[in-house]
Design a protein around this ligand. Structure first.
Ligand code: 0WD
Ligand code: CA
Length: 380
């Protein structure tokens, strides 16, 4: 009949009527051909300045400016400037979807109404980082997640809620982890210039309030998506000159000395790098490898679309198709569960490694995340 092909995945739980449906995560269930994923299109850009203030333009976009040659020791000291030239974003401020919603509200007119009579022609609106977490879920063994969902005027909004474990981790983060986080941002400063032909200036302050975000429209199976993600830089000399393909994602990782180490890196870390860049169509990831003294001992460029070739030799490795099929099925589950159009109603989807996804329902609670100004802007 007309049954959704995902229906058989959903098990009714007789024991707990409140969490009446759960959703399985086991990778093998999603081992099917790669689903349809439309080429991501950039439909907008915005920036957050040094004070974390929103601007509807690309003023924070930086330009990829690598050292002349790939290979040994470019002479970057990733510890330089720590902690004296470091301004860290206040992580106690929970921004939710606010910056993205501001962009949507300000560009509402160009996001023409569709035949479903919605003010926004998208099934889902969220941060790219939230979708990255969904994509990697079938292979994640450590960190769970909480995703809040509200249906408002025909569009499902997804906003992450910090788990208890993540808050604990953040509040008791070791000095070593704090410095490692800084080193990632410092690497960006060594690799990026403020103008297309400029050279990096590592003497300045590292300020993590600053961000440039791209707004992407795409489709996964039957789901139209609108999401935004922070972009490190654009390559003015990219072989693919148009955004989002010209964007470059910068990463740091511990230098690898053995094949076993590299295999482990492909299994554990590359899945996150791939998912994050594949979603918005960022075509290159540039890794800076850290030596034990905090210097960069080498650079390596990965083409996002070729990563699956690197991993497919290893039968124990993750599969891109599993990630994408799982994401499509989870979004179908969300559509099935969240059917009441109400910005003050929140379904909280919860997942812990080794368990299926479950959810709870919250009315007029602290979980509400669509602000009144947004609801008003989209209702007029
Ligand atoms: O307040 C919150 N709960 C969150 C805010 C959670 C997740 C993201 N954000 C903000 C970010 O600050 C950013 O401005 O949303 C914006 C876009 O995020 P995204 O692109 O969807 O997030 P993700 O793909 O997870 O991260 C992209 C980059 C990171 O680069 P690396 O190479 O580490 O993946 O955004 C940065 C980080 O540089 N980033 C953040 N910066 C400040 N605060 C945060 C954060 N919470 N999360 C990621
Ligand atoms: Ca990065």
């Amino acid at each position: 009949g007309s049954q959704d092909p995902q229906d058989y995945h959903i098990k009714r739980q007789k024991s707990d009527p409140k969490a009446s449906l759960t959703f399985p995560v086991t990778a093998s269930r999603y081992d099917a051909p790669f689903p349809f994923y439309r080429r991501p299109a950039e439909i907008g850009r915005f920036s957050l300045d040094a004070q974390r203030c929103y601007h509807g333009d690309a003023r924070q976009l930086r330009y990829y400016a690598p050292p002349p040659m790939e290979g040994p020791t470019p002479g970057f000291d990733l510890r330089d400037g720590y902690p004296d030239r470091y301004v860290k974003r206040d992580e106690d401020v929970r921004e939710g979807l606010d910056h993205l919603l501001k962009w949507v509200a300000q560009n509402q007119k160009e996001l023409q109404t569709d035949d479903k009579g919605r003010p926004l022609n998208a099934d889902f609106v969220t941060w790219r980082g939230h979708l990255t977490k969904v994509l990697t879920t079938p292979y994640e063994t450590r960190d769970g997640w909480l995703l809040a969902v509200s249906l408002f005027r025909g569009t499902l909004y997804i906003s992450e809620v910090e788990t208890e474990a993540a808050r604990e981790e953040r509040e008791h983060r070791s000095e070593l982890l704090k410095e490692l986080a800084y080193m990632g941002y410092k690497f960006e400063q060594y690799m990026c210039a403020d103008t297309p032909d400029g050279t990096p200036d590592p003497s300045g302050v590292v300020n993590t309030n600053e961000a440039f975000c791209t707004v992407i429209r795409t489709r996964l199976g039957t789901h139209s998506l609108l999401f935004s993600g922070e972009v490190d830089c654009t390559d003015p000399r990219s072989p693919w000159p148009d955004p989002p393909s010209c964007y470059v994602e910068l990463k740091t990782s511990k230098v690898m000395h053995s094949l076993a180490h590299r295999k482990n890196f492909y299994r554990q870390k590359m899945i996150k790098w791939w998912a994050q860049s594949f979603l918005p169509g960022v075509s290159r990831i540039v890794a800076g490898y850290r030596g034990p003294d905090g210097s960069v001992v080498g650079l390596e460029t990965f083409e996002t679309m070729k990563i699956f070739q690197l991993i497919k030799e290893d039968p124990g490795c993750w599969k891109p198709a599993v990630c994408m099929n799982f994401c499509a099925a989870f979004l179908a589950f969300v559509k099935k569960v969240v059917t009441e159009d109400n910005p003050k109603l929140v379904h909280l989807f919860a997942w812990e490694p080794g368990h299926p996804i479950s959810y709870t329902v919250h009315r007029d609670s602290d979980y509400i995340f669509l602000p009144d100004w947004y609801v008003e802007a989209m209702s007029t």
